[in-house]
Design a protein around this ligand. Structure first.
Ligand code: NI
Length: 173
């Protein structure tokens, strides 16, 4: 496994519309997934999209592990999602703070659908479909945005709510 370099905002490869995966359960796809998992965990990320390591494919993964330092944070099982489709369940949206491994040190307040259904495939080609809400739904929408060349600052409604994490949340430093 390899920890990959995560591209930073400004790299035009983050702005592409990613291509669908056409071959499942291949050694190449499993190796890509392994490297992405290792990279996400090494950087303490909640998710990672293939375009963030320069791979132009519709593949995201996300995970929030139990953390004794943050006992109240909702956990999300490790999920590998290929060729995802997101369907909002209702029009309700909510604002929440987001960060991104491609925009280190920054946070922004981003509107997202409160409830969604996502569907797609795992790396073996098995269909996945799940309804999620709250922070889980936020993470999925953030990661899938990467496949459309969309980074969270592009969705911030008021740029007064965008800044350095150390300045926005000094108590967390
Ligand atoms: Ni991101």
């Amino acid at each position: 496994m390899t920890i990959e370099t995560v591209l930073k905002m400004g790299d035009e490869r983050l702005l592409r519309k990613a291509q669908p995966v056409t071959q499942f359960d291949t050694p190449e796809l499993h190796e890509l997934v392994s490297n992405m998992i290792e990279t996400m965990r090494a950087m303490n990320g909640a998710g990672l999209a293939a375009p963030q390591i320069g791979v132009d494919l519709q593949l995201v993964l996300f995970e929030i592990q139990e953390n004794p330092r943050y006992p109240d944070v909702e956990t999300i099982p490790l999920t590998i999602l290929v060729n995802p489709v997101i369907e909002p369940m209702g029009a309700e949206m909510e604002e929440g703070w987001e960060g991104c491994l491609s925009i280190p040190g920054m946070r922004g307040l981003v509107p997202r659908f409160s409830k969604i259904r996502y569907s797609g495939f795992d790396a073996h080609g098995h269909a996945i479909s799940k309804s999620v809400s709250g922070f889980h739904a936020r993470v999925v929408q953030h990661e899938c945005d990467h496949l459309e060349g969309m980074l969270y600052p592009m969705r911030i409604r008021d740029l007064a709510n965008f800044g350095f994490s150390s300045a926005l949340f000094p108590e967390r430093e």
